[in-house]
Design a protein around this ligand. Structure first.
Ligand code: FES
Length: 339
């Protein structure tokens, strides 16, 4: 039996390896050209200690000095001893370059550019190479701006399907923006685009309690990929609620897709809120104004937050002010880059 192991490095690079249930993660990585830091290779020195974010595994043989019972209970393992019994995500406390690896690059072609609203484009890339582009739902890629030297922009994947030859993104229309200017004025189906990735530690962890997702603008994209993953897995064992905030009615996108996801995931619900006072939406104001006590479940909740920096900072401040101590809190800020 072979499992897929996502190695999540400190610099945000993620690499995927195959590991049989009978080999250690260190050995499997080495076989695939990735040198996870290690020393004794016998479970004695702790040089290879890592944290397993998701998946099941055997800890192997080791001494208590290398891995305490507390650490093991918190999800730490020794990569030289750990043997997976499912797909896993493993955080390696080292930069990818130290491990003799880096992000991978791909070339694909534009399949479709759609203007979803004045403020948002949908970009779909297609290419055989993308079948090899594995990522965790919520992660992002760097897309090179065609015809613009080495400039690239970071965008979260906005969909997720196994063995797909496509990759989708939501792209904010930034006045003077290099990528949005290209999409608005020059992009044609078939144009090649280079991309690299995946990157980022903002990805969906195993759902062990209710989940609250807070999205601002095109910060909706990673949640769409996460929800695709949940739907493909047959649903969620716990409620998931998404609050999606934008500035004006014209900025609201992908609600039909959210409705379709709500039909596929029975305990998923979502609410849209709009800052503009003249909005026709029932919920006006900012995302944090629409967080209800039930969504916070007395702190027994995993919170994911993605949006532009002022929105992320305001929501994080609000959660501190109302003294929410959630079981986990994950956030991603994205800043639009103009030319
Ligand atoms: Fe020494 Fe793994 S390399 S414990």
């Amino acid at each position: 039996m072979s499992y897929t192991i996502a190695l999540d490095f400190e610099d945000g690079v993620t690499r995927f390896i195959k590991c049989s249930g009978s080999e250690s993660v260190v050995d499997a990585a080495y076989r695939q050209g990735i040198n996870i830091p290690m020393d004794c290779r016998e479970g004695a020195c702790a040089a290879c200690k890592c944290r397993v974010e998701s998946g099941t595994y055997g800890l192997g043989d080791y001494i208590e000095d290398a891995l305490s019972a507390d650490e093991a209970a918190q999800g730490y393992a020794l990569a030289c001893q750990m043997r997976p019994t499912s797909d896993c995500v493993v955080r390696i406390p080292a930069e990818s370059s130290v491990c003799n690896t880096r992000q991978e690059s791909y070339t694909a072609n534009i399949r479709e550019v759609r203007r979803l609203s004045d403020s948002t484009f949908s970009l779909v890339l297609q290419g055989e190479a993308l079948r090899k582009l594995l990522f965790l739902p919520g992660q992002y890629a760097n897309l090179q701006v065609p015809g613009d030297g080495a400039h690239h922009r970071a965008y979260s994947f906005s969909s997720m399907a196994p063995d797909s030859d496509t990759a989708s993104f939501l792209i904010r229309n930034v006045p003077g923006g290099r990528m949005s200017g290209f999409l608005a004025e020059r992009a044609q189906p078939g144009d090649p685009i280079a991309l690299s990735g995946p990157f980022g530690s903002f990805y969906l962890r195993p759902i062990q309690r209710p989940v609250l997702m807070l999205a601002g603008g095109t910060g909706l994209a990673p949640f769409l990929a996460m929800l695709d993953k949940v739907a493909a897995a047959g649903g969620s064992p716990h409620p998931i609620h998404l609050i999606y905030g934008v500035n004006t009615d014209g900025d609201v996108v992908e609600t039909e897709r959210l409705e379709a996801l709500a039909r596929l995931i029975p305990n998923f619900s979502f609410a849209v809120c709009v800052v503009a006072e003249d909005s026709r939406h029932a919920r006006k104001g900012y995302v944090m104004q629409h967080i209800e006590p039930a969504h916070l479940n007395d702190g027994e909740v995993d919170i994911y937050l993605c949006g532009p920096p002022p929105m992320v900072e305001a929501v994080a401040r609000h959660l501190r002010e109302i003294d929410v101590k959630s079981a986990s809190f994950h956030y991603e800020k994205f800043a639009a880059s103009a030319a």
